[in-house]
Write a protein that binds this ligand. Structure first.
Ligand code: NDP
Length: 370
């Protein structure tokens, strides 16, 4: 059956510049409750690896975003994706020629899903081609690089968003609402546990050159970012300690396990663990004077499970990447303001903290964040 969605997805964003019916409708899951009348973001994915594939599959269910192009260094993947997602040859590029997307009206935004070290240069090239940038986490290897990306996108007058899918997750947003409404009392403490046992020692995630570090860059970033959105403040100091049990697998500059602590202006403290050598670590816990909130799992692909002093949170699971891409379409094409920002500045804030964590590990000293 040819659905209304198929029809809408084929029409260009500009031709469909109908505003959302109300701001309530534009919020979160409302995308999936009523027929969608708004514009559609035309997206090319750059880097057709494991996460890129997950995003492409999830985008099949998007209402406000559509996969229209690919950028890849592997011709056989391009051919597969063309067949699978009906992508015309005119919308397929490689790493040498993708600056030509400049002239392609079927691409509004490029979603960069490559190893971390490649993000900065690829984002700057996309921006210079006049297209919006969506970039996977960590957006860059350090805050200085992240800021260069922010500046390049500002200069090119395009938006820069970071793939923080949890910022749109219903249980997470409910806890943020409860905290803001004072239902937890005064927040006192956050705990973030983020880790898994990494396999294949030859993968890019264990290369300092391509990953920019180790577990902190890949999985610990969830506790860094989560501490900020769960507490609702920006940290002012950092302390950190590193433990390495396998220096062969985790070479110089590739962290295996780091524990870190963050201090916030109101006096809240956070205690976090980032590791590549333990499983079953995906838990956020927020403690206030009048209640608590827990997410476990907190950042996996879901379903996310939430619990507070008032009981279980049972908000329905929706594929994170589907919601993320629909919401990002609204942010890019309609200037929607998300509850928790996903812009480049947000990514730089995390990288500043991660830079400070590495500095604290190196020096053994408390690092103040000015
Ligand atoms: P993969 O290794 O599975 O895929 C990366 C792809 O990048 C490759 O398949 C390849 O695609 C392209 N590529 C270009 N140059 C290189 C290179 N030198 N080495 C390896 N690959 C290269 O990685 P993931 O998809 O797991 O991760 C990619 C990014 O996504 C990372 O930044 C990661 O942190 C992030 N990520 C985010 C998640 C989230 O939940 N938000 C989850 C998982 C990952 P091609 O052959 O098409 O050129």
């Amino acid at each position: 059956m040819k659905s209304r969605r198929d029809f809408l997805q084929k029409i260009s964003a500009t031709a469909l510049a109908v505003p959302f019916l109300s701001s309530a409708k534009a919020a979160g899951s409302s995308f999936y409750e009523e027929p969608y009348e708004g514009p559609v973001l035309k997206v090319a994915i750059l880097g057709l690896g494991s996460y890129g594939t997950r995003v492409a599959e999830a985008m099949r269910d998007c209402k406000a975003a559509k996969l229209t192009g690919v950028i890849s260094g592997t011709p056989s993947k391009i051919a597969d994706w063309q067949k699978k997602y009906g992508i015309p040859a005119a919308n397929c590029y490689n790493y040498e020629n993708f600056d030509k997307i400049k002239d392609n009206k079927d691409i509004d935004a490029v979603y960069i899903i490559t190893p971390n070290a490649l993000h900065k240069d690829q984002a700057i090239r996309v921006a210079r081609a006049g297209k919006h940038v969506i970039c996977e986490k960590p957006m860059a290897l350090n805050a200085k690089e992240g800021q260069e990306m922010v500046d390049a996108c500002k200069k090119a007058n395009v938006k820069l968003l970071v793939g923080y899918r949890m910022h749109f997750e219903a249980n997470t947003l409910e806890i943020i609402r409860m905290r803001n409404a004072g239902e937890l009392g005064k927040v006192m403490f956050f705990q973030g546990l983020s880790g898994f046992r990494i396999g294949d020692p030859g993968q890019w995630r264990l290369s300092k050159e391509l990953a920019g570090g180790g577990a902190l860059m890949d999985i610990g970033i969830y506790s860094v970012n989560g501490a900020r959105y769960m507490v609702g403040e920006e940290p002012v100091w950092v302390t950190a300690q590193e433990v390495k049990t396998d220096p062969v697998k985790f070479k110089e500059g590739v962290d295996e396990t780091i524990t870190f602590q963050l201090g916030f202006p109101s006096g809240v403290i956070a205690s976090c663990l980032s590791t590549y050598s333990m499983n079953y670590l995906d838990r956020f816990f927020l403690n206030g004077t009048q209640g608590f909130a827990e997410l476990q799992p907190a950042t996996g692909y879901g379903p996310i499970k939430g619990r507070t002093h008032k009981g279980e949170l049972n908000l329905p699971h929706k594929t994170h990447q589907t919601v993320q891409m629909d919401e990002m379409s609204a942010i890019i094409l309609q200037n929607k303001k998300p509850v928790v920002p996903v812009d480049g500045e947000e990514g730089v804030k995390d990288l500043r903290i991660m830079d400070a964590i590495y500095e604290a590990v190196r020096t053994g000293k408390k690092v103040e964040l000015g």
